[in-house]
Design a protein around this ligand. Structure first.
Ligand SMILES: [Zn+2]
Length: 369
């Protein structure tokens, strides 16, 4: 395989990448998705939980209350309240915290339920300050923030708890000034008395996880993966769910394996089942942020973790999905996720599989092989 770069275009690319990195570090802030009709809210903390989780939720709420216009207090109570916090347990998940939110079509938040995943948070590496950071992150989702869209570790809305060593904190444990200014814009102190009320019943629940580990680049992902394959997406086989336990809503696709990049011999040329977060029970549709459901016919490279039932799931969902496209003689591999240090991508895929470049920079380079 021979590879030809146009030197001038490579230089353009490098300049573009450094501009992108500089600008993203200045501009990055979380986005928003929905807001409560009133900036004063009570977060009900499930009665009877272990005191370390109660302490973490109290601490998370106080970080927003004391710094921003979002005046959230806590009270013990039931998870059936509109804004509530509890724990759950899922040993096949890659997240240590999650929020379920529903929002009216006019953008008014109707409910947010936030959970620790005690499969992870019971471990000693989850200190009081790490738990408080996760509670702050999930409460941030609860009040209407989305993840930071680029590598922005100073934001509490950075989607990951630990670096790839599994013990060093990856995100700020308190809101940054950028986080606070987004919240204050969402909830101005001088809002008009005619605030919007929630309207219709929404059939969509949005899930916003806090992922356990941040894999900064493809080499780290590759180390963590049980299996890396290239293949073509077939049909959605079926959907699985436990009613109203929304993180269990899963879409399963058949992927026809063309090549195994890492992992034990499969029935190469055969199919494997890929499980992705998000799906429907026919009434409620569950959409998980950072989980884009694969479509039939797509050519993909997947970094996979094997689950207890023998099926596979992309590590941190979109972080481990790469779309491969061939146009004429040119092949590009595009990361679905932009939560990556892009510098090492080119090297990794050149060695393993061809060329990879992010969506943002494809137009600046011509590749042939
Ligand atoms: Zn999150």
């Amino acid at each position: 395989m021979c590879l030809k770069f146009n030197k001038k275009l490579v230089t353009t690319l490098l300049v573009f990448m450094s501009l992108f990195i500089i600008s993203s570090s200045v501009l990055a802030a979380p986005g928003t998705s929905g807001k409560w009709s009133n900036r004063t809210q009570t977060l009900f903390v499930q009665t009877g939980m272990s005191s370390k989780y109660v302490t973490a939720y109290n601490s998370g709420a106080s970080k927003w209350r004391t710094k921003s216009n979002f005046n959230v207090s806590t009270k013990t109570g039931s998870i059936t309240n509109a804004f509530a916090a509890s724990t759950t347990y899922d040993s096949s998940a890659g997240w240590d915290g999650i929020a379920y939110s529903t929002t009216s079509s006019n953008g008014i938040r109707k409910s947010s339920k936030i959970y620790f995943n005690t499969y992870y948070t019971g471990r000693s590496v989850y200190t009081a300050s790490i738990l408080s950071g996760i509670a702050t992150h999930e409460t941030g989702h609860g009040l209407g923030l989305t993840h930071t869209s680029t590598v922005e570790t100073s934001s509490v809305m950075f989607p990951y708890t630990f670096k790839s060593d599994g013990k060093t904190s990856a995100r700020s444990l308190s809101p940054s000034s950028a986080d606070i200014s987004v919240v204050n814009k969402l909830y101005p102190k001088t809002s008009s008395s005619k605030s919007l009320e929630e309207t219709d019943d929404s059939d969509t629940v949005t899930l916003t996880p806090s992922w356990v580990v941040y894999y900064e680049n493809e080499e780290e992902l590759a180390d963590a993966a049980d299996l890396i394959i290239e293949g073509t997406v077939g049909e959605h086989k079926n959907l699985e769910y436990t009613k109203d336990q929304f993180y269990t809503y899963t879409t399963i696709s058949d992927v026809n394996v063309k090549d195994i990049i890492k992992g034990k011999e499969l029935n190469e040329g055969g199919n494997i089942e890929i499980r992705q977060m998000g799906g429907t029970d026919g009434e409620t549709t569950v959409i998980t942020h950072d989980s884009t459901i694969l479509q039939e016919g797509q050519n993909v490279i997947l970094f996979l973790r094997q689950l207890e039932d023998g099926t596979y799931s992309p590590i941190n969902q979109d972080d481990s999905i790469y779309l491969k496209t061939k146009i004429g003689d040119n092949t590009t591999v595009n990361a679905l996720s932009i939560n990556k240090n892009t510098k090492k991508q080119e090297t990794f895929f050149n060695e393993k599989n061809g060329i990879v470049l992010n969506n943002e920079i494809i137009s600046n380079i011509e590749t042939q092989y």
